[in-house]
Design a protein around this ligand. Structure first.
Ligand SMILES: Cc1cc2nc3c(=O)[nH]c(=O)nc-3n(C[C@H](O)[C@H](O)[C@H](O)COP(=O)(O)OP(=O)(O)OC[C@H]3O[C@@H](n4cnc5c(N)ncnc54)[C@H](O)[C@@H]3O)c2cc1C
Length: 429
């Protein structure tokens, strides 16, 4: 059965969310405070009452099952919600489903000890604290096999030494999840393990905290771990399971980014449409020019295609309840996301003329953000390779000289099979 309808009761909730995000949440984006800065009193004064309202509406942490205080709505409903929340930097924070905390919470829920869950998971789920995922290294992120940051066992403690790059929100985080080499001689995908590192542990040095683009606040840390000692039980999962543990967060993380990206892209598209219906040049509206119409049509078609792919992938995740079975679809979504985001935001920027390139409009930030979406959680090329490999598993080659669909051979085969029949029909006519 196919259906493209939203359950009416849930649609009522979505209508409430749209009004709430537009009226109450989007204004927070213009106050100049970081949405993740949970230690900022001004931020908390504005955010906490909104979070309380979201809880009252039963919409808090919808990415989680009821065992962790969420609604267990599944990915399709989450997708419809996230595409509204993506309109605002504060949207995910106000609704308790922001990255990377959502993925880090999944890791802790799966692999944390009861004490770690009490100390970190619950406050994380309550947005009392925020967290960091520290995996990429300066010499390469797309290929974790080149990672060198080491964790060595010394008595009852792990000692971490090495550098990490682009550890987002490290300066605000109460703990970091660090991926480090524990077994350098092991096969490539068994060398790394994951650890929970409390932010106050001595030896965590921030070399630089970088912004993206040219007008955002610094938030992506270049870190050096200098003899950082953590208790033995701070390993998450088994020794050598670093990649297995990372997968716990990556499948969900990628599709959730895509859901939120739909919200951002639709926002740019709305602005693009408003602009072309407002601005006149050479005696007519921009909306009347065919090359402008092409930009509107291309953008609308691309957004609709992308949204359908995202929702269908969400539906498959709900059906299989196993990210690995939906790997191809998630990689396809991940690879398409930066292109749709970039192309629509760039057209919106262009149609706003010189105003479009200024920080007075969001397009330059969105264009940079589209590159973030193309890099974080694996570059586009790597995901395209995954799609192609998975697709080709359903095919096989031929050892014949000509392809199986070579028409002269098909014709010969058809005549051999049906030739008599055709001759009889022709002579009877
Ligand atoms: C805004 C932002 C936030 C981030 N936050 C975090 C975070 O919180 N924690 C964290 O650990 N990391 C984070 N990252 C890092 C991100 O995961 C890496 O940027 C990503 O893995 C790519 O690694 P790299 O930057 O070292 O690029 P490289 O690995 O050097 O790749 C550079 C380019 O090479 C090409 N390339 C790479 N591999 C292939 C291939 N197999 N085939 C063809 N071409 C290829 C691609 O064009 C790629 O973009 C963040 C990145 C950004 C931009």
């Amino acid at each position: 059965m196919w259906s493209f309808e939203t359950d009416p009761d849930y649609q009522k909730k979505l209508d409430w969310v749209m009004r709430f995000v537009k009226d109450e949440v989007e204004p927070l984006d213009y106050l100049g405070v970081q949405s993740y800065d949970v230690k900022n009193e001004k931020r908390n004064k504005a955010v906490k009452p909104l979070q309380a309202e979201v809880r009252r509406q039963g919409l808090w942490a919808c990415h989680l099952g009821p065992d962790l205080g969420g609604q267990g709505y599944g990915q399709v409903k989450l997708g419809l919600l996230n595409e509204i929340l993506g309109r605002s930097h504060f949207g995910p924070i106000v609704f308790g489903c922001q990255a990377p905390d959502s993925g880090n919470a999944e890791i802790l829920a799966h692999y944390g000890t009861p004490a770690q869950k009490k100390k970190y998971l619950q406050p994380l789920l309550d947005n009392e604290i925020v967290s960091c995922f520290s995996m990429t290294e300066p010499q390469g992120g797309a290929d974790p096999k080149v990672f060198t940051c080491r964790a060595e066992l010394d008595g009852d403690e792990w000692v971490i030494n090495g550098e990490k790059w682009f550890s987002s929100h490290a300066h605000l985080a109460s703990f970091l999840i660090v991926m480090a080499v524990t077994d350098p001689q092991a096969p490539p995908y068994r060398r790394l393990s994951q650890f929970i590192v409390p932010a106050e542990t001595p030896g965590i040095e921030m070399i630089r905290n970088m912004p993206v683009g040219y007008h955002s606040k610094p938030g992506h840390a270049y870190l050096r771990y200098n003899n950082v000692r953590i208790p033995k039980d701070h390993m998450l999962g088994n020794r050598g399971d670093g990649f297995v543990v990372a997968q716990t967060r990556l499948g969900g993380g990628r599709i959730h980014h895509a859901m939120r990206t739909i919200g951002q892209v639709k926002k740019s598209f709305d602005m693009m449409c408003e602009r072309v219906l407002s601005r006149e040049t050479q005696g007519s509206l921009l909306a009347d020019k065919q090359m402008v119409q092409e930009k509107i049509a291309d953008s609308w078609m691309e957004i609709e295609q992308f949204r359908l792919l995202v929702l269908q992938t969400a539906w498959k995740i709900d059906k299989h309840k196993d990210y690995m079975k939906v790997r191809k679809d998630i990689s396809a979504v991940k690879a398409l996301m930066p292109k749709i985001f970039h192309d629509v935001a760039a057209r919106a920027l262009h149609l706003h003329g010189s105003l479009g390139v200024t920080p007075d409009m969001p397009f330059a930030e969105q264009v940079i953000e589209s590159f973030h979406m193309g890099l974080a959680d694996g570059p586009t090329e790597v995901h395209k390779v995954t799609v192609a490999r998975q697709v080709l598993r359903d095919y096989h080659g031929t050892n014949q000289l000509f392809p199986t669909q070579y028409i002269p051979h098909l014709r010969d085969a058809a005549i051999a099979k049906l030739g008599d029949l055709i001759e009889r029909e022709v002579s009877a006519a």
